[in-house]
Design a protein around this ligand. Structure first.
Ligand SMILES: Nc1ncnc2c1ncn2[C@@H]1O[C@H](COP(=O)(O)OP(=O)(O)OP(=O)(O)O)[C@@H](O)[C@H]1O
Ligand SMILES: [Mg+2]
Length: 338
């Protein structure tokens, strides 16, 4: 016997519009969270922790405000961990605006951003806005992250929203055309030339009147990274022609945090492991040159952060296996052959 034909109603505002196409039914069944809303106002902590910068003399938040007021899309180009995503997120947190970061990936279908039909629990289906549609209707900050992982199909589906039309056509939703909300800000970021990325389409780039280079920023890092020596070390590595792996702002913050909690040796090895195998020797050599001063600075930070507990976290102690700590030696163990 042939498999029963899947027939489902498409319901909008309580009215049956038409029966669903089989591919729509499949998509509906795959969707487990029909009631989900996508955007959210980021936690105030993002606003508090974010360190602002000036871009060519202009306060970074002023750029976002002007972009929102004038309907200019903003494109940010810069290395990993330079704060490209945190920046609009922090602003949204401070302004109480809804925010959504689209994680671009080549296999994403436009419906994941614009919307799809989902089961209504009564045998029918209803339209569920995707994150881009939700923000286009209600306003907020739409961040299209790592745009150079975006498929041309997705880019093309966003063209009318990104250009002077500021419209989002929902072909699958009986051709509804959404006029973008007055207070919709669209920000895109990407890391140029990283592995697995694609060339960004010129027509896409052309839809961003404001383009800023978002590199690691010395003023920002001086505030976020509490060790001068680590900053010096990172800048030396970044300048070194033979080392291509980026030293992100957050990797320095993590170096200090990990040192404080797990000891300097662990953090130093962890830092070196971030680099490509062929770069590690050079990184270790640079690290060795800075290690004495770096350990001292980290010991000071640990004292401040941990208070009396800091004595138990000696930054340069070796990590002994548990059995060595118990006073046992390798001779106390019998090892079985493989
Ligand atoms: N200006 C800043 N203020 C506070 N923290 C920052 C700042 N810049 C970077 N950071 C730290 O770096 C982390 C990474 O930032 P973010 O995710 O915004 O980088 P990104 O440029 O978007 O990186 P990627 O290109 O990999 O997505 C943040 O979570 C934060 O810890
Ligand atoms: Mg990012």
């Amino acid at each position: 016997m042939a498999a029963p034909l899947k027939v489902a109603k498409i319901v909008n505002n309580g009215k049956t519009v038409r029966t669903a196409e089989p591919e729509e039914v499949e998509q509906l069944e795959a969707d487990q969270h029909p009631e989900e809303t996508h955007s959210y106002v980021p936690h105030p902590d993002y606003g508090l922790k974010y360190v602002s910068r000036k871009v060519d003399g202009v306060d970074d938040f002023d750029i976002l405000q002007q972009c929102m007021d004038n309907h200019w899309n903003l494109l940010m180009r810069g290395p990993t961990g330079s704060g490209k995503t945190m920046f609009p997120m922090a602003w949204a947190a401070i302004k109480g605006l809804n925010f959504y970061a689209v994680p671009c990936d080549v296999s994403m279908e436009p419906g994941a951003l614009t919307g799809s039909y989902t089961p209504d629990g009564e045998g029918g289906f209803r339209w569920q806005d995707g994150p881009v549609t939700e923000l286009a209707r209600n306003g907020g900050v739409l961040c299209i992250s790592e745009a150079n992982f975006m498929s041309p199909k997705i880019a093309a589906s966003l063209f009318p929203l990104l250009d002077h039309r500021r419209e989002l056509p929902l072909i699958r939703h009986h051709g509804e055309i959404i006029k973008a909300h007055e207070k919709l800000l669209i920000v895109t970021d990407y890391n140029p030339g990283y592995r697995g990325t694609m060339q960004i389409n010129e027509a896409f780039l052309n839809r961003f009147p404001v383009k800023v280079q978002w590199d690691y920023n010395a003023d920002v890092e001086n505030k976020l990274v509490k060790s001068m020596e680590l900053l010096k070390l990172a800048r030396e590595i970044r300048k070194s022609t033979g080392i291509k792996t980026p030293v992100s702002t957050n990797s320095m913050m993590e170096f200090i945090r990990i040192s404080v909690l797990l000891g300097y040796n662990f953090a130093a090895n962890n830092f070196v492991n971030m680099f490509e195998t062929n770069e590690r020797q050079s990184v270790s050599q640079i690290l060795d040159v800075h290690s004495t001063l770096l350990k001292g600075e980290i010991a000071q930070i640990a004292k401040k952060e941990l208070g009396p507990k800091a004595d138990t976290v000696v930054p340069d102690r070796d990590f002994d296996p548990a059995w060595k700590m118990k006073g046992l030696t390798a001779d106390d163990f019998e090892f079985e052959d493989d």
